[in-house]
Design a protein around this ligand. Structure first.
Ligand code: PLP
Ligand code: LYS
Length: 439
């Protein structure tokens, strides 16, 4: 079942026609399907349960951290993977108990480590010796021991876009597997730490099971070694990274069920609880970006559709050459022709799709940028003093604005001009030539 589908020739989100949302909320806006979020979570967790793997799915909220989305998943029993004090605060605000939170990231500050200790989180996924020392010291001050895993870098090629591959030895992430035993021994000797797991994450939008299989093998070997060194490992965190189908014309990445079967094959050997941190898999196809065409413009050799959404709203095409399908909300009859779908931002790289075959599209038409539920709204900015677009959650016939727009007037109102600004201008002085002229 697809929750974004044509009904009587009009694209709907669940039971709501998209033009109705455009009318009520304006464009551009992000629109999420509650049922799709829930279904994706259940497919993941269900496949592991069916395979008899003791597990916890910690949704990687960096993909989409809207409070409504988090509340929905928390209600399903999901745990959360957080990467900042801000995300930790979000997990807590959504009612996720500490024992279902893991904390990833290369740069946790003292304040963030302390907040997570106070929250009683399940595990710190540490990424350096320096972090281990700080975490131990802060835990000792609090008179507790911090549960810790080391994020190990298995040095595999995740075969994904270079900007989102994390499992090769030249990235900033994790510690090299070759040094893991030594650093685990150091961790175990620190008074504020309790070694409890092993962690990895090799990258994102991974479209083949091979890199995962390879990495699970490396982790399994390490786990055996760590146990023989006397560490009591009670869980293994396999990270996230499973890709989603962005392109109709490309072979689909493995299904969550196939991924779960691979996890299950290794789980026996691991002999402990398995934690997974899927982000994109849960969120991507649960959301779209709705935009309206402002102008249709014919260039020398091309046709441009200038949409009201731009790279500041969805940066994935610009940043990763990412492909998002674009659908007309109400398709007009006629031949397809290739067009560039661009935004109003003053950057040549501001586009949503290039050379894309589209049916006839006129000024004023609505377009849906598909598979935009993950790494969409969370990566948006107000560049060019554009509105941070609203987010809308749909369930059945209902919809709700789960984050209102952040408009230019409010952006300006948040800034502050010091009362000495005129003096600052005088204090800057004039360059010689300029001063000459003014004499
Ligand atoms: C540590 C960690 N866990 C989980 C994820 C989620 O990845 P994905 O959205 O590809 O499932 C990421 C992002 O790549 C990550 O850095
Ligand atoms: N932001 C990236 C994914 C980054 C993964 C985060 N560790 C994307 O849109 O594909």
């Amino acid at each position: 079942m697809h929750h974004f589908a044509l009904l009587d020739g009009v694209l709907h989100a669940e039971d709501v026609p998209l033009p109705a949302i455009a009318k009520a909320v304006g464009t551009p806006c992000y629109i999420y399907s509650a049922a799709t979020f829930v279904r994706h979570y259940r497919v993941f967790a269900g496949a592991l349960a069916a395979a008899g793997v003791p597990h916890l799915v910690c949704y990687a909220m960096k993909a989409n951290s809207n409070q409504a989305v988090l509340s929905l998943l928390a209600h399903e029993g999901a745990g959360m993977d957080v990467v900042s004090g801000g995300e930790l605060m979000r997990a807590q605000a959504a009612g996720v108990p500490g024992e279902r939170i893991v904390f990833s990231g290369v740069g946790k500050t003292d304040a963030e480590l302390a907040a997570a200790l106070d929250a009683g989180i399940l595990c710190f996924n540490a990424e350096s010796e320096s972090e281990l020392f700080r975490l131990s010291a802060i835990a000792v001050e609090k008179g507790i021991r911090a549960p810790v895993s080391l994020r190990v870098n298995p040095d595999v090629d995740a075969k994904t876009h270079a900007k989102i591959a994390t499992g090769a030895s030249e990235t900033k992430f994790g510690i090299p597997v070759s040094r893991a035993r030594g650093i685990y021994a150091e961790a175990a000797a620190l008074p504020g730490l309790k070694v409890s797991g092993v962690d990895m994450h090799i990258g994102s939008q991974i479209t083949s099971l091979d890199p995962f299989g390879h990495a699970f093998q490396v982790l399994g070997d390490l786990l055996d070694a760590l146990r023989s060194d006397g560490h009591a490992i009670d869980h293994i965190d396999l990270g996230g990274g499973l890709g989603v189908p962005y392109e109709v014309a490309r072979p689909d990445p493995p299904l969550p069920e196939e991924y779960a079967a691979l996890v299950a094959r290794h789980a026996n050997r691991f002999g402990c609880r398995v934690i997974l941190e899927p982000g994109r898999m849960i969120a991507a196809n649960a959301g779209i970006l709705l935009t309206r065409v402002i102008h249709r413009k014919t260039g020398e050799a091309k046709t441009f559709l200038v949409a009201d959404a731009a790279m500041n709203d969805l940066i994935r095409p610009t940043l990763y050459d990412a492909h998002h399908e674009v659908w007309s909300v109400e398709r007009r009859p006629g031949e397809e022709e290739p067009v560039d779908i661009v935004g109003p931002v003053c950057e040549t790289g501001d586009y949503l799709a290039l050379g894309r075959p589209m049916p006839p599209v006129e000024r004023g038409d609505l377009l849906a940028i598909m598979t935009a539920g993950a790494y969409g709204a969370v990566q948006a900015s107000t560049y060019n003093t554009r509105t941070l677009v609203p987010e809308v959650l749909v369930s059945g016939h209902r919809f709700h604005v789960v984050r209102p727009a952040f408009a230019p007037a409010e952006q300006i109102a948040r800034e502050s001009v010091p009362d000495w600004i005129d003096e600052a201008s005088a204090a800057a002085g004039l360059p010689e030539a300029c001063a000459e002229e003014r004499r």
